[in-house]
Design a protein around this ligand. Sequence first.
Ligand code: CA
Ligand code: CA
Ligand code: CA
Ligand code: CA
Length: 257
Amino acid sequence: MKQFLCAAKRGFYRILLSAIFLQLGVAGSAYAGEQSQYLAPHAKRAPVIDGQSDEPLWQQAEWRAIDQTILGEKTSAADFSGRFKVVWTAKALYLLAEITDDVMSDSHADPLVHYWDDEALEIFVDEDASGGDHQYTHNAFAYHIALDNQVVDSGPDKKAHLYNDHVTSIWKRSGTTTTWEVEIKVFADSFIDGDKKAKPVKLVAGKELGFMMAYCDNDGGPARENFFGSEDIAPVNGDRNRGWIDASVFGRLILKK
Ligand SMILES: [Ca+2]
Ligand SMILES: [Ca+2]
Ligand SMILES: [Ca+2]
Ligand SMILES: [Ca+2]
């Protein structure tokens, strides 16, 4: 009888463990691609957001490439090439991006209309690195920064909203290269549109966020010709443009001391 009970107990635990691993397996297999790791050094002082990268703190961070073609044909370095780096303080992430682009174009004057079809620097942030759907939630943000520095993403009401108080940026152009300097306040998934009292999350060393960069390249037409990104996104039914829907395709940003 005792032996039977022990065997029954073992069987029960085996089933329980299998159920747990099955759950983990299902969660782990949701995204088949590999995620990059981005390291952000700590900055004692925030940079001045003026489109000039002359602060010594920018030297601390490493450049990362925006070199994946997400939409459109492969193209020349003169048509598009881009790279970025990130540092942080307790108050915000700071991003420096260098974009080479032959034509800068803003076809839709209204920042809320076809904002992904105009020239835009796009920053994806998932505060708790949870991954998962964020198409019409704030589980993660896909901030589209237009040439007029207005910041747009879709909200839970499925409409486009301005998030100008989350992201502040200035860009300067020299030849065909644009230098963007950006401050990104990080908001948790509990953020509610229109809440003027919402506070950004205080950042600490060791924190990991879901993160990636992209660029919508419009060269004068009604729509973007290309969409480039920093992550090698695994396609779903041939579609690599998953970042605006699924935060699981983001890389990991690690805040270093
Ligand atoms: Ca600066
Ligand atoms: Ca171009
Ligand atoms: Ca999240
Ligand atoms: Ca362009």
